[in-house]
Design a protein around this ligand. Structure first.
Ligand code: CP
Length: 302
């Protein structure tokens, strides 16, 4: 596997994460128009699961950095004829691509890709990890609070099926944040500390809501959307219970009226659309790193 691939949050040290977040912030201002100093970079985005934010924020980041971009979808590739992921990527490697961004429903799909020599960025694998979502979440929290250490974070909803929950648990605990989980009992996960959502709200600096992942088999057979919102969603009553400077986050897509009251999506304490803006910054930083460029902080004037 190529050095600087980004496969799992657990592979990153605190220093790696800080470098990525610092670079992302610099892409917001000092290096807004920075482009890759290479004659050409061919990026291939391979999405074997649906995506709007991750796919098109990567695409925006790639174009802004001066890459040439190809989109490869599972349903129109030779995967439908039985070709394996490894053989698909080896083929694209032979075609001259320099970077692979991959979303796949298989947990740790990258374990079968040891012999691929093009850097790989994981754009979400099964229920396991969503590193770039986690990094943009960390950036959003750091912008709000100036630090991650000691933050109180409650993540609520479909914990069992959420790669966002697992990536954030790994990274936030690495930085000494306090992370707890709430939601229906059916979706609790071993090793994830469960709490009562209403009790956690006044304690939390960050309330992160999650979508019910019906495509991964999640269902609450007898519960209406309205009941779910009342029991486990971010509604107006819970919003009033939040600390003054606490924030609501959600990786999106969100279902208005299910895990969040539609009126709260753009409320003062919500950072949901800001997270999407940060997505492009973080993905620029991750692409730059994957292609072997050092953090901006390591560049020195001659
Ligand atoms: N947050 C996220 O991964 O959204 P998409 O599925 O639209 O990429």
């Amino acid at each position: 596997m190529k050095k600087n691939s980004l496969l799992a949050m657990g592979d990153l040290s605190r220093e790696d994460i800080i470098h990525i977040l610092d670079d992302a912030l610099l892409f917001h201002d000092t290096y807004k128009d920075w482009q890759l100093p290479l004659p050409r970079v061919l990026a291939a985005n391979l999405f074997f699961e649906a995506s709007t934010r991750t796919h098109f924020s990567f695409e925006s980041a790639e174009y802004q950095l001066g890459c040439k971009v190809s989109d490869i979808y599972g349903e129109t590739s030779s995967v439908t004829k039985g070709e394996s992921l490894y053989d698909t990527l080896k083929t694209l490697e032979m075609h001259g691509f320099d970077l692979f961004v991959i979303r796949h429903s298989k947990d740790r799909f990258y374990e079968e890709l040891e012999n691929i020599h093009v850097p790989i960025i994981n754009a979400g694998d099964g229920k396991t990890d969503h590193p770039t979502q986690c990094l943009l979440d960390l950036l959003t929290m750091r912008q709000q609070f100036g630090h991650l250490e000691g933050l109180n974070v409650v993540i609520c909803g479909d914990i069992e099926h959420s790669r966002v929950a697992s990536s954030n648990k790994t990274a936030l605990e690495l930085f000494g944040a306090n992370v707890v989980f709430a939601g229906p009992k059916e979706w609790e996960r071993e090793g994830y500390k469960s709490v009562d959502f209403d009790e956690a709200i006044p304690w939390a600096d960050v309330v992160m809501m999650l979508r019910i992942q019906r495509e991964r088999g999640a269902s609450l057979k007898d519960m209406s959307d309205g009941e779910y919102l009342e029991k486990f969603g971010m509604n107006k009553r819970r919003y009033e219970m939040m600390k003054d400077n606490a924030i609501i986050m959600h990786p999106a897509p969100f279902n208005r009226g299910v895990e969040i009251d539609g009126d709260l999506v753009e409320a003062e304490k919500s950072r949901i659309f800001w997270q999407m803006y940060n997505g492009v910054l973080v993905r620029k930083a991750v692409i730059k790193r994957a292609l072997g460029f050092p953090p901006f902080g390591d560049y020195h004037e001659n």
